[in-house]
Design a protein around this ligand. Structure first.
Ligand SMILES: Nc1nc2c(ncn2[C@@H]2O[C@H](COP(=O)(O)OP(=O)(O)O)[C@@H](O)[C@H]2O)c(=O)[nH]1
Ligand SMILES: [Mg+2]
Length: 261
């Protein structure tokens, strides 16, 4: 049997032709053994999907592509990607944006932290030592810091300061235990929901500080509406998942169910 991949980087893309070749190159240059990439493309009109297929040929066996027929948001794209990464037997699964706001250089530190005995490691803009792009206005910084460091934490009591961050390293076992069919949200709430479920199930979450530069190429797909929605939805998460306990982790033996539902 071939040796199965250790780390699967799940990269969701929508119109990222400029970034995709650069980010794959940067990821493959990392001093990390058995790093594999799974691109999850939602039929990008700019041809990111075809470009990903070309890269998959160039890096046969190390870069894989999951094509989805339409843009249905970051949450569903990640769920599909996580399911496939689990099915491909990845031991560690990393989620990150394809636009370099999540800098590959932090990945070795995230893996090292994971090996200290955590179930999820998050790259955090608001942990001590972390920061965001200098171009952010005072108001934008204030809003994002308040939302992540105070608002979400106060409501959900999640032990990380950047609940909407999408730069996260998961253990395969954690993602199985979370039971992806429990997750319903999209956008920024998707990140909060994943962290909240994992926390309620008793998984050990931690974070390392990161600097978060704005994207240099391509365009953002998030807007103020999605942010406002996140503020309201945070309350719903508490009623939806607040009852969870560590006994309610999905059992590891039912692995393959992840694919069928
Ligand atoms: N597959 C897929 N990827 C998406 C979708 N929306 C955003 N992305 C990708 O998710 C990552 C983060 O999106 P971005 O627009 O940069 O969000 P922002 O950083 O919050 O402004 C990027 O790699 C995008 O290409 C989507 O609907 N489907
Ligand atoms: Mg971005």
């Amino acid at each position: 049997m071939p040796r199965m991949p250790d780390l699967m980087v799940v990269l969701p893309t929508y119109n990222e032709t400029e970034n995709l070749p650069l980010i794959t190159e940067a990821l493959f240059a990392l001093p990390v053994n058995d790093l594999n990439i799974l691109v999850v493309d939602d039929n990008s009109p700019d041809g990111t999907g075809q470009l990903a297929d070309e890269l998959a040929q160039q890096h046969a066996g190390r870069l894989h592509v999951l094509h989805r027929t339409e843009k249905s948001g970051l949450g569903p794209a990640y769920i599909a990607g996580f399911r496939q990464a689990i099915a491909m037997d990845a031991g560690l699964i990393l989620q990150m944006d394809a636009d370099f706001s999540h800098q590959p250089k932090y990945i070795p530190d995230m893996i090292a932290r994971m090996n200290e005995g955590y179930d999820m490691v998050c790259g955090s803009r608001y942990a001590k030592g972390g920061s965001v792009d200098e171009s952010w206005s005072f108001y934008r910084k204030l809003l994002s810091t308040f939302a992540n460091r105070w608002y979400v934490r106060a409501i959900l009591n999640i032990p990380i300061t950047d609940a909407t961050a999408g730069f996260r390293l998961w253990r395969r076992e954690t993602l199985i235990g979370v039971d992806l069919s429990r997750v319903e949200s999209n956008g920024y709430v998707f990140q909060v929901e994943m962290a909240y479920i994992a926390h309620k199930l008793g998984y050990k979450l931690t974070e390392i500080p990161i600097y978060f530069p704005d994207r240099k190429r391509g365009q953002s797909k998030m807007d103020i509406r999605i942010q406002r929605e996140a503020a309201v939805e945070t309350w719903r998460l508490r009623s939806r998942h607040g009852y969870l306990t560590p006994q309610m982790r999905k059992s590891l033996t039912s692995d393959n169910d992840e694919l069928s539902d």
